[in-house]
Design a protein around this ligand. Structure first.
Ligand SMILES: NC(=O)c1ccc[n+]([C@@H]2O[C@H](COP(=O)([O-])OP(=O)(O)OC[C@H]3O[C@@H](n4cnc5c(N)ncnc54)[C@H](O)[C@@H]3O)[C@@H](O)[C@H]2O)c1
Length: 310
């Protein structure tokens, strides 16, 4: 396995190190537009190998030819939010970056799986798919795993139980319109509604929806990166080890949930082939409506990029 990470910033560098530490690849290449940053960070990470106990080669570069023949490319390049900004504020600028980055990646790798992180996530996944021409199942967005991790961590904190025992799904677009699905949320199989009053659940749902901005407001100079990097690497691990995990990921829906040809967060089976199945679970009328509204927002933002992508 060769894995390239584009963008040597907070998410990209953290993810590259996790990939090496988990030994998910023989070689990790870290690419950024800024000279010196990927080289310096990659060398620093590589030098941690003897104490962190990994042998993965890590190379930093500004040259896409170093990404040649990658099996997986994690794309984190672009601007991150600052206080007062929505993810949509990044749309035009990041779309141009993703267009450029994806074309460069495709010059050197024939059939990679692209995992997208840059925001606004669902739209950037669409941009990468359009530019790469890759099959839909090979262009996947990371958002649902992160939103679900936040939801799970808040529930664990409230109930004083292990995070490991919390099963949940946050679906829909990565933004204010995301849909935490209470019906499928349980603690070691016990429905969450039997463990917490509805007001508490609703408060956790709201905190989850605002999970990104909560961190932005603390950091002030950028957005979250530890949990986002861990979430992207969880997806990569399921693909590399062909674990066929069921994870909420951004994928192109093909009529599931009444949504057609729009990138949106849904439960998928992730394996060596990328998205191997989209699980169309039963949702309540309200949840289905919320998911469809979320997809409509993504679609509208995609249409705003028609000229850029023409
Ligand atoms: N999907 C999610 O859940 C999620 C979570 C966190 C962050 N994000 C998004 O991920 C992106 C990266 O976040 P970050 O915190 O790592 O930001 P960052 O500013 O720390 O890093 C971004 C990196 O991209 C590089 N870059 C910019 N233009 C480039 C180009 N044309 N080619 C190559 N590299 C380029 C920058 O030099 C920088 O090193 C942002 O868009 C952010 O909003 C998404």
């Amino acid at each position: 396995m060769k894995i390239t990470v584009i963008g040597a910033g907070n998410v990209g560098a953290t993810a590259a190190l996790r990939i090496a530490e988990k030994q998910l690849a023989r070689e990790v290449v870290l690419i950024d537009i800024v000279e010196g940053i990927p080289q310096g960070k990659a060398l620093d990470m590589y030098e941690s190998g003897p104490v962190a106990l990994f042998d993965t080669k890590i190379k930093g570069s500004n040259d896409y030819s170093d990404s040649a023949d990658s099996d997986i490319v994690l794309i984190t390049a672009g601007l991150a939010r600052k206080p007062g900004m929505s993810r949509e504020d990044l749309l035009q600028k990041n779309a141009s970056i993703i267009k450029e980055v994806t074309s460069q990646v495709m010059k050197y790798s024939k059939n990679p799986i692209l995992i997208m992180v840059s925001n606004p996530l669902d739209v950037m996944t669409y941009v990468a798919r359009q530019i790469s021409g890759l099959p839909e199942e090979r262009v996947i967005g990371m958002a649902g795993v992160l939103d679900t991790a936040r939801f799970r961590s808040f529930i664990a904190e409230e109930l004083h139980v292990s995070m490991q025992d919390i099963n949940a799904f946050v679906l829909g677009g990565h933004g204010d319109s995301m849909v935490p699905v209470v019906k499928y949320t349980n603690v070691a199989g016990i429905p969450i509604t039997e463990l917490m009053p509805m007001e508490k659940i609703n408060a956790i749902v709201e905190r989850t929806k605002n999970g990104g901005i909560e961190i932005v407001n603390h950091l002030k100079t950028g957005s979250a990166f530890y949990a986002p990097a861990a979430s992207a690497v969880e997806m990569i691990e399921s693909i590399v080890r062909d674990r066929k995990r069921i994870l909420p990921c951004t994928t192109c829906l093909k009529g599931q949930f009444g949504i057609k040809d729009v990138y949106c967060g849904a439960p998928v089976k992730l394996g060596r082939g990328g998205v191997e199945q989209i699980m169309e679970i039963n949702l309540s009328e309200d949840e289905l409506k919320a998911l469809q509204q979320s997809a409509a927002i993504v679609e509208k933002n995609c249409r705003n990029l028609d000229t850029l992508l023409a």
